[in-house]
Design a protein around this ligand. Structure first.
Ligand SMILES: [Ca+2]
Length: 520
């Protein structure tokens, strides 16, 4: 493939966006720019994350491997720098590679054995980031931030950018107290002029300094440079929203009326046949101590999920506002592609790293609850002349497939140990589907939570390590996943079949670091 023929590859991601929040599918949400992208591409309605938290899935995106394979199995772990990445393959194939926005490949606390660049206190060392000029997991350019909304993890390139834009006192829009347990409670950055309390719903920061504006501006500048130099590029524009905290600047905070949004609700009795931890979420002060291991870290979602409908409606109005605000800046990136005249030669994928609960099943945010709300993601793929335009597909896609698919599209060499599949034959409709199932992993500690889910066109099976309970849902007959068939006497043969299929899927995804090159 000559440099001229190599397609540019633009990956745009949101964080924790429920799959049913594209305006072209859900009229309650306004996403004119994502709708525009959908019109010139295909929406995949069965796209799954390999893990419903940030670090493991993000590491899967860049390695084409499952969390149990690349090793960054949970939040608070670090992706091993020696693992081959998508960016390295594309660089070797003649591409410029860049990441702008959220990485989260490394933890907020590092140590001597596992130093982290995304940790306190280096993330606030702006001189370090001003001079930062080293490859980062295969990206020859990485411009980073680490905060969601007003979280005090703000720093890195984003803080530098705010200063360059003239917002010298940017800190006053962010919480200034380090979270407890991060070892920097008396950090020198504490300053009494700045807020210590989290803001709610309306973020004080003017929109022009929001990280959406930063990501779009920097993405556009990089695309302009690459195009001017005739260099094919792989750019990951990695947005932070609509991940909580629910916080967005004016005017987006009032764009949606809480009285008019649909608030998903618990169906009474729906957890009766589910494992006990589902029921515990509906208690005031649930006891999850049987899951807590000595020296273990926090387990996402293992807490009370009780909330009022009124509060949830307000949160949803902001969640949608965050999506619409982000959509505006995604539009700016799409506009730039067109202005540069390269949109016809650019493969674009829009997706999210995992889903989100905003009341479905009585749940909030995320946790060891592998409903479609959490493990399915919005997914649009566009490549004019290759991928059909304006249609929807039910072919199963996993985010582990992004790396091998991009590498194949670029004509680059795929590392042997990548276990994701090249999706291009399905995306271009040469075949109906390239995979008949997806696997979702979720592991927080050595033994708990340690969950694995197998999903095929009709069924979903979830197993818990060393536990007798589990979930079995028939997604065709029970799309809302209200009737767990795990203990249903008539579903035991089906459960055995699906367990065998899960084992088969596990055997099938074992990495082969090299081919057999001789008979012995
Ligand atoms: Ca995430």
């Amino acid at each position: 493939m000559s440099a001229q023929n190599k397609p540019n590859i633009l990956l745009i991601t949101s964080d924790q966006q429920h799959w049913f929040t594209l305006g072209c599918q859900n009229p309650e949400v306004h996403t004119p720019n994502l709708d525009r992208l959908a019109k010139r591409g295909t929406i995949f309605n069965r796209a799954y994350c390999p893990n419903p938290t940030c670090t493991p899935t993000r590491a899967s995106i860049v390695t084409g491997m499952y969390p149990s394979q690349h090793g960054a199995y949970s939040l608070g772990t670090k992706l091993d720098e020696s693992i081959p990445t998508l960016g390295e393959s594309l660089s070797q194939g003649g591409y410029k590679t860049a990441l702008v926005g959220k990485a989260h490949f490394q933890p907020l606390i590092g140590n001597e054995e596992f130093p982290s660049l995304e940790s306190y206190p280096v993330l606030r060392d702006l001189d370090f980031w001003r001079d930062f000029d080293q490859p980062f997991y295969g990206f020859d350019r990485a411009e980073l931030a680490r905060n969601h909304a007003d979280e005090c993890h703000v720093g890195q390139h984003y803080a530098l950018w705010m200063e360059e834009k003239g917002l010298k006192d940017w800190q006053r829009h962010y919480q200034n107290s380090w979270p407890k347990g991060f070892g920097h409670e008396n950090n020198r950055y504490q300053d009494d002029r700045y807020p210590t309390e989290a803001q709610e719903h309306t973020w004080s920061i003017p929109e022009e300094y929001h990280y959406n504006a930063w990501i779009a501006e920097r993405s556009n500048a990089l695309m302009e440079d690459y195009t001017r130099n005739g260099e094919p590029f792989f750019l990951w524009s990695s947005f932070f929203d609509p991940h909580p905290p629910y916080l967005v600047p004016k005017p987006w905070d009032s764009m949606y009326d809480p009285a008019k949004v649909t608030v998903p609700k618990l169906v009474p009795g729906e957890h009766d046949k589910n494992p006990e931890h589902f029921r515990k979420t509906q208690q005031e002060n649930p006891d999850f101590s049987d899951w807590q291991e000595p020296g273990g870290s926090g387990m996402h979602g293992c807490s009370s999920h009780l909330h009022t409908e009124e509060q949830m409606a307000k949160d949803i109005a902001i969640y949608y506002g965050m999506i619409s605000c982000m959509d505006k800046y995604i539009g700016s990136i799409l506009d730039k592609l067109e202005a540069l005249g390269i949109s016809d030669n650019t493969l674009i994928v829009f997706t999210s790293d995992h889903g989100h609960f905003f009341g479905q099943h009585g749940l909030k945010a995320k946790g060891p609850f592998h409903y479609e709300d959490l493990v399915k993601v919005p997914f649009i793929a566009s490549w004019p002349g290759r991928i059909p335009e304006g249609i929807e597909s039910e072919s199963i896609v996993s985010l582990v497939d992004l790396a091998p698919t991009f590498i194949q599209a670029a004509g680059a060499k795929k590392p042997n140990r990548m276990t994701g599949l090249d999706q291009m034959p399905a995306w271009t409709r040469q075949v109906e589907a390239v995979r008949d199932h997806a696997i979702v992993e979720n592991r927080h500690q050595p033994t708990t939570i340690h969950v694995k889910t197998y999903i095929d066109s009709q069924y979903k099976l979830t197993l818990y390590y060393q536990r007798e309970y589990g979930e079995l849902f028939d997604l065709e007959k029970d799309p809302n996943e209200l009737n767990n068939l795990w203990d249903d006497p008539e579903s035991q043969a089906l459960k055995a079949t699906l367990t065998r299929r899960l084992l088969d899927a596990e055997l099938g995804k074992e990495p082969l670091p090299m081919p057999r090159i001789g008979p012995a």
